[in-house]
Write a protein that binds this ligand. Structure first.
Ligand code: SF4
Length: 397
């Protein structure tokens, strides 16, 4: 019997709070038949790092050196650690820097300004991340779970079901490698700095809360404790797991919250986002507004526009009414044309419906921007690259 995720209990991938009630994660056939990823430096507390180092005969300051190489130099190649004893380098690499992710394919689009990587994890599972360069920022979209258990019928990742949660190490390795690529000028635009991270790849971050939170803390801490990416530039996206939003409020970390709403009414959202049967639109919007009040940061509302389903004037009017109920200027709506799954009945909106949707929101005083579909020519939306490859390669054990 699965247990609720809790600080002192084992995480199973079952979304917190969803143990009772009408919603359970949709699990992949091979769920829970995999071991845990090897422990990595970033999966360990300071005390664990020190104890392990001592067992290897290394004094405490060597742990700080390793963390400095990892977070400051973005390197796990101990052969280049000239300040580290030659005889200990290989052992340190094995114990603290096991290889957690390996690039399978990389696709480049938007004249080199978008790079999407499909990664293989230790157990053969596939996840993805997308690096996007803009004039004033460089953003990495990362995955936090293998597959996703939310079961949204229009989504490629949702069709996979949840295979397993990713470890903090697996999450942060996506960030480290991307940050090194940007620093070293491996994408168009020359050398730069990874400035933003969004949890909008595969998975529901609130379903893997503990690892996601540890990853956020280490992303935002200053080197040598972290990568030094401002928490204000990190976005956690949720489909509306209310207990997760409330826990995040209590953490008091100024990350941005994005809520994937996709529908303005419970009747429609019950169909599009099965989690709505557990936490309805009122509960989700209440929690989102509480997040705004506590953090003073505008909440993003993500809304995938699907032709004839949720993109008509009546939907825009109702959405505006529901959001304005809480007051002004607390949300920014990001409608995004759906990137449809091949052969699926759910398809992208007509451009005139997109324009009408935006106009209605604007006239109601709601900030809204049609979200850029970066990388859509390389299957760039929500888990699609991984979904295709994984489907071909099932089973992965
Ligand atoms: S839309 Fe998001 S929450 Fe829903 S199944 Fe896809 S990845 Fe999961």
């Amino acid at each position: 019997m699965p247990t609720i995720m809790n600080d002192d209990r084992v995480e199973t991938g079952i979304t917190p709070g969803a143990e009772q009630g009408g919603f359970r994660d949709v699990l992949a056939a091979n769920h829970a038949r995999r071991g845990k990823p090897p422990l990595h430096l970033v999966d360990m507390s300071m005390q664990e790092r020190t104890e392990i180092a001592q067992r290897l005969g290394l004094p405490k300051f060597r742990v700080s050196q390793l963390a400095n190489h990892y977070f400051n130099r973005l390197s796990t190649d101990t052969d280049t650690f000239s300040d580290f004893p030659l005889t200990m380098r290989q052992q340190a690499a094995e114990v603290f820097f096991p290889r957690l992710i390996e690039a399978v394919t990389q696709q480049v689009a938007d004249n080199g300004m978008t790079i999407k990587t499909l990664w293989k994890l230790f157990d053969g599972a596939r996840i993805e991340s997308v690096l996007m360069r803009y004039p004033k920022r460089t953003t990495l979209c990362i995955s936090s779970q293998v597959g996703c258990g939310m079961g949204c019928p229009f989504c490629a990742t949702g069709q996979l079901g949840l295979t397993r949660n990713m470890s903090t190490g697996e999450i942060l390795e996506q960030v480290r490698i991307a940050a090194a690529m940007v620093r070293d000028g491996q994408m168009a635009g020359g050398p730069g700095r990874l400035s933003n991270v969004v949890f909008m790849g595969m998975g529901e971050p609130m379903g893997n809360y503990k690892s996601v939170l540890s990853a956020i803390r280490q992303m935002s801490a200053q080197p040598p404790e972290g990568f030094g990416i401002s928490a204000r530039n990190i976005t956690v996206s949720t489909v509306g797991v209310v207990p997760g939003i409330r826990k995040l409020i209590a953490e008091k970390i100024p990350v941005r919250l994005a809520v994937s709403l996709h529908a303005p009414s419970d009747t429609l959202r019950d169909e599009l986002v099965p989690m709505n049967r557990r936490f309805n639109t009122e509960q989700v919007l209440d929690a989102a507004h509480d997040y705004y009040v506590a953090s003073k940061r505008r909440v993003s509302i993500e809304y995938a526009l699907m032709r004839g389903i949720n993109d008509q004037a009546e939907h825009a009017h109702l959405l505006a009414k529901r959001l304005n109920h809480y007051g002004d200027n607390w949300v920014h709506v990001n409608p995004i044309p759906l990137n449809p799954i091949e052969g699926s009945p759910w398809t992208a909106s007509e451009p005139e419906d997109e324009r009408q949707f935006l106009n209605i929101l604007h006239k109601a005083g709601i900030a809204a921007t049609l979200r850029d579909t970066r990388g859509s020519d390389i299957d760039g939306a929500c888990g699609q690259l991984a979904a295709k490859t994984t489907t071909k390669q099932q089973p992965q054990d």
